[in-house]
Write a protein that binds this ligand. Structure first.
Ligand SMILES: Cc1cc2nc3c(=O)[nH]c(=O)nc-3n(C[C@H](O)[C@H](O)[C@H](O)COP(=O)(O)OP(=O)(O)OC[C@H]3O[C@@H](n4cnc5c(N)ncnc54)[C@H](O)[C@@H]3O)c2cc1C
Length: 397
C-alpha cells in the first residue's frame, strides 16, 4: 500500500480546496440553509453549482481531456472525492451518467453519441437516469419486460421502470428494452440499450416517497414513447453485453469519499451522545454504547485502509474486476454500522429530527434512514456476496 502523494497530487488538492473555499459559501454547507427549499429548488441549486464547478475544470477528473475531462489519475479522483466530502459539498446531480453512461459511451459509443452525450453530461446540461429495474425485474434483471417495437425510423416503447433515481429531474434515460423476442427462450437475447428522451408526451415520471421523506427516485411509465433507431448504445440486440460493460465501470473506485463522509457522521454521533441525557447520566457514559462506537470506528478505519489499498492497486493499473464487490459490501455495511450507533444513542427517537428539546438532528436522521438503501441499490448485499463467493473465491454455485 502506498500512502504517499506526489507533488502533482498535492498541487491538485490545494487548487481544488481553494476553489471550494471561494465558491462554496458557508451557508451552503449547512442543513438549515437547504431545509426550507423544495426538492425541485434544491436540485436546481445543486445543478447550477455543479455546472460552475465543471466550468472551472473540476469535473470528469479521471476522464480524458479529449472528452472534456481533466485527464487525472485515480489518486486525483480520490483526492477530489475526499475534498468534496470534507467541504460538505452538494452531491452530484448526475450520478448515473457519471458512474455508468459516460465511460460506456467513451468505450463503445458512436462518434455522434460521444459528441452529444459526454460534455453536456459533465456540465449538467443533460441529467441522465438509469432505467433498468422494473416491478418484476431487479436482481433478476433478465426478467425485464419493457418492449421497444421498430416502427419507421423509431422504436415505440411500452412498459414501466421503477426505483429510477432522479426520475423527476431527468432529461434522458438509458434504458433496457426488448427489441425482439427472446431467442429460443434465452432471456438475455433480444435486449437493447436505448437512449430515450424523457421530455416527451409518452414518458411519465411519478415520484416515490422514501423513508427519508424525500422522493429521490420514482417510477417511469412509457406509453407509445418514441426513440430514434440511431439512439441505441452498443448495437441492437446487444443490450445485455452493453449493460454488463456499463455496470463494470463502477469497479475500481476506492471508497475514500465515503470514508470521509461517514467519519464526519461518526464524530457527529459522538457529539450527540455527549449531549443526550438519559437521566442516569449522559449517553456517552453507557459502556455498551461505548463498545458500539468503538466497533464502528474500527470498521471505519478498516474501510480507510481498504480504500487506500484499492487506490494503490488501481494506480498501478490493476483492474479489480469482481473484487470491487467487496468494496461495495464494505462501505455500505460500515455506513449501516455508523447509523446503528446513532440509533443506539437515541433509541426509536432517532427517526425524528428533533428527539429532545434543544437537539436538531435532521442530517443524522436522514443519514440513518438513507443508509438502509445503500445495501440495496447497485446490487443488493446478497447478490454482491454471491458475486464474491463465485467469481472471486471460486466457490461452487
Ligand atoms: C435508493 C435506490 C436507488 C435506486 N436507483 C435505481 C436506478 O436509478 N435505476 C434502476 O434501474 N434501479 C435502481 N434501483 C433499484 C435497485 O437496483 C434494485 O432495488 C436492486 O437491484 C434489487 O432489486 P429489487 O428491489 O427488485 O429486489 P429483488 O431483486 O426482488 O430482491 C429482494 C430480496 O431478495 C434477495 N435476492 C434476490 N435475488 C437473489 C439471489 N439470486 N440470491 C440471493 N438473494 C437474492 C435480494 O438480495 C433482496 O434482499 C434503486 C434502488 C434503491 C434502493
Amino acid at each position: 500500500m502506498d500512502l504517499t502523494f506526489s507533488k502533482e497530487d498535492e498541487d491538485f488538492r490545494s487548487e481544488f480546496r481553494s476553489w471550494l473555499d471561494t465558491n462554496l459559501p458557508a451557508q451552503m454547507r449547512t442543513v438549515d440553509w437547504w431545509r426550507p427549499k423544495s426538492e425541485a429548488e434544491q436540485f436546481q441549486i445543486r445543478r447550477d453549482w455543479e455546472a460552475k464547478k465543471a466550468a472551472a475544470g473540476f469535473c470528469g477528473i479521471q476522464w480524458p481531456t479529449e472528452y472534456g475531462g481533466r485527464g487525472g489519475s485515480p489518486t486525483m479522483k480520490a483526492i477530489y472525492d475526499e475534498e468534496m466530502a470534507k467541504a460538505h459539498a452538494p452531491r452530484t446531480v448526475n450520478p448515473l451518467g457519471l458512474a455508468f453512461l459516460g465511460p460506456t459511451v467513451m468505450a463503445i459509443g458512436t462518434d455522434d453519441q460521444k459528441r452529444d452525450i459526454i460534455k453536456p453530461l459533465l456540465h449538467t446540461e443533460t441529467i441522465w437516469c438509469q432505467g433498468f429495474s422494473e416491478p418484476g425485474a431487479g436482481s433478476d434483471l433478465a426478467a425485464l419486460q419493457m418492449k421497444a417495437e421498430p416502427q419507421g425510423d423509431s422504436y415505440v416503447l411500452n412498459g414501466q421502470k421503477i426505483w429510477t433515481t432522479n426520475a423527476m429531474h431527468g432529461d434522458k434515460i438509458f434504458t433496457l428494452a426488448r427489441t425482439s423476442s427472446p431467442d429460443g427462450g434465452k432471456r438475455h437475447a433480444g435486449i437493447s440499450m436505448l437512449l430515450v428522451d424523457m421530455r416527451q408526451p409518452g414518458v411519465e415520471a411519478r415520484p416515490l416517497k422514501q423513508m427519508t421523506g424525500e422522493s429521490e427516485f420514482g417510477e417511469v411509465f412509457f406509453t407509445d414513447a418514441l426513440c430514434p433507431q440511431t439512439e441505441v448504445l452498443g448495437g441492437e440486440g446487444n443490450g445485455w453485453m452493453t449493460a454488463m460493460l456499463l455496470l463494470s465501470f463502477e469497479r475500481g473506485s476506492s471508497a475514500i469519499g465515503q470514508y470521509t463522509e461517514f467519519k464526519g457522521q461518526w464524530d457527529a454521533v459522538v457529539d450527540v451522545a455527549k449531549q443526550v441525557d438519559r437521566g442516569s447520566g449522559k449517553a456517552v457514559e453507557d459502556p455498551v454504547l461505548r463498545q458500539k462506537l468503538a466497533n464502528s470506528l474500527i470498521e471505519l478505519e478498516c474501510l480507510k485502509y481498504h480504500s487506500w489499498h484499492v487506490l494503490t492497486q488501481t494506480s498501478q493499473g490493476k483492474d479489480l474486476g469482481f473484487e470491487a464487490s467487496m468494496t461495495k459490501i464494505m462501505w455500505s455495511e460500515t455506513f449501516r454500522k455508523v447509523s446503528d450507533t446513532y440509533e443506539a444513542v437515541l433509541g426509536t427517537g432517532y427517526q425524528v429530527p428533533d428527539p429532545q428539546p434543544g437537539l436538531s438532528l435532521e442530517e443524522l436522521t436522514t443519514m440513518s434512514l438513507w443508509s438502509r438503501s445503500c445495501t440495496i441499490w447497485g446490487g443488493s448485499q446478497q447478490v454482491q456476496r454471491s458475486i464474491v463467493a463465485e467469481r472471486v473465491l471460486g466457490l461452487p454455485r
